[in-house]
Design a binder for this molecule. Structure first.
Ligand SMILES: NC(=O)c1ccc[n+]([C@@H]2O[C@H](COP(=O)([O-])OP(=O)(O)OC[C@H]3O[C@@H](n4cnc5c(N)ncnc54)[C@H](OP(=O)(O)O)[C@@H]3O)[C@@H](O)[C@H]2O)c1
Length: 396
């Protein structure tokens, strides 16, 4: 990349799995990117201060305002004094900070405000925080200009890359037969439902192909993450749920595919490494040389594909159902899941009860259109309270 293409980047969730990998990409390409500002929750202020010092951030925010004094001390120890902001409003200020691209690597529904603020400020938004698109679908889509939202999820980045093969006129949904979203199958691939009854957090946190934050790792073990991704694909690419297939591909090399109406299927392939889709979202539409290691074609490879077992992993079918209902239904699916996920990680809920409880909460919910942030947050709060009631007193 050349100096004239230097992009200034705001990294939200900079201390997490996506955030640290984004900073790896930026560090490896000093002529391509610079860091404008950083934000995180406030749980790892030493790391955040070290990042701010290393990358020369103009501003740093923590969602937990009580972490501000410790952050200031840590910044002083590193000999830097950027603008320091605290609380959710401080994170929102950083989401609107002057820059070319905002990477939203916050985890969970909490990322919604940042997504909306960055879009409103007119920034390109590299979106890892799929939850904000899923829960605020109509709101986010109304705000986003064409091309403003750039997917970081490897599957949706793969779809985007496969859609570049659509032809000289560009993407036309009528030329696409279906999207084929791949799933590694997670650590319990091949198991029947009853075999997963005694799954522990340690077992669910041991993903076979990807190293990620704890929420998305457990979501990948019961395929809730794939359900969220099916809704995300529907929202990003305007295709009906009957045109979004999920296929299990344990090697995680093909990150997704587009099947065209003439029978041709285009796939995107690379070893599992989030730095590739992160780099592409940050530099879109240019590719960042050396962003990730390519496939070694001097070695033998076997790539396999198998259908998803919907009986053992009902989360994807449930996501199709809530996605089809639209409105506040996806927000309820996500919020109930976040509560159940926390309970499972605290050993307060059996693994199988996560999706069972989400299904109950979804079934009870009266869907409304999700036309305002207040409406989405009310549905989110209702689902959290209901999931907490249903899971209270349970143990693993
Ligand atoms: N990891 C992956 O490979 C991967 C792949 C595809 C998509 N994604 C998506 O990317 C997002 C992030 O995932 P992750 O795995 O990187 O999660 P993670 O490792 O748990 O990191 C979450 C980050 O968000 C920060 N944070 C938490 N609450 C915040 C708040 N209110 N305001 C600002 N920052 C806050 C955390 O800060 P502290 O350190 O202070 O807690 C941390 O920096 C999720 O939506 C996930 O689904 C991740």
């Amino acid at each position: 990349m050349h100096e004239e293409t230097l992009r200034s980047v705001v990294v939200l969730g900079s201390t997490g799995s996506i955030g640290t990998q984004a900073l790896d990409v930026i560090a490896a390409n000093p002529g391509g990117f610079r860091v404008a500002a950083l934000a995180a929750g406030g749980g790892r202020v030493e790391l955040l201060a070290a990042q701010a010092a290393r990358f020369g951030a103009e501003a740093v925010a923590v969602a937990d305002a009580t972490a501000v004094p410790a952050l200031k001390d840590a910044l002083a120890a590193h000999g830097v004094a950027p603008t320091v902001l605290g609380g959710p409003e401080g994170v929102a200020e950083v989401a609107a900070w002057q820059c070319d691209v905002v990477l939203n690597g916050i985890t969970g529904a909490l990322g919604l405000t940042s997504t909306l603020v960055a879009l409103e400020a007119g920034r390109s938004l590299a979106l890892a925080n799929k939850e904000s698109l899923i829960i605020g679908g109509p709101l986010v889509k109304r705000l986003a200009r064409p091309g403003q939202l750039l997917p970081v999820d490897s599957e949706h980045s793969a779809v985007l890359q496969c859609l570049w093969a659509a032809g000289p006129e560009g993407y036309d949904p009528s030329s696409v037969k279906q999207l084929v979203i791949t799933a590694s199958g997670g650590p319990f691939r091949g198991m029947k439902r009853e075999e997963m009854a005694d799954v522990t957090p340690e077992m669910a946190l041991a993903h076979p192909t990807w190293s990620m934050g704890p929420y998305i790792t457990v979501n990948s073990a019961n395929l809730v993450n794939k359900g969220l991704e099916v809704i995300e694909a529907h929202l990003l690419y305007d295709l009906g749920f009957d045109r979004i297939e999920v296929v299990v591909h344990p090697q995680s090399i093909i990150h997704s595919m587009v099947e065209y109406v003439d029978g041709s299927t285009i796939a995107q392939a690379s070893p599992p490494d989030m730095r590739l889709p992160i780099a592409l979202a940050l530099s879109h539409p240019r590719r960042v040389p050396g962003a990730a290691r390519p496939i070694d074609w001097a070695k033998a490879h076997t790539w396999t594909f198998e259908p998803l077992d919907d009986l053992a992993f009902p989360a994807v079918a449930l996501a199709r159902h809530v996605g089809g209902e639209g409105g506040t239904a996806p927000a309820v699916y996500n919020a109930a899941n976040e509560v159940c996920l926390d309970a499972f990680l605290r050993r307060g809920l059996p693994f199988l009860a996560i999706v069972d409880t989400v299904a109950k909460v979804v079934e009870e919910h009266q869907v409304t259109p999700a036309d305002s942030v207040e409406e989405v947050l009310a549905a989110d709060a209702w689902a959290r309270a209901r999931a907490a009631e249903l899971t209270a007193g349970q143990s693993r």
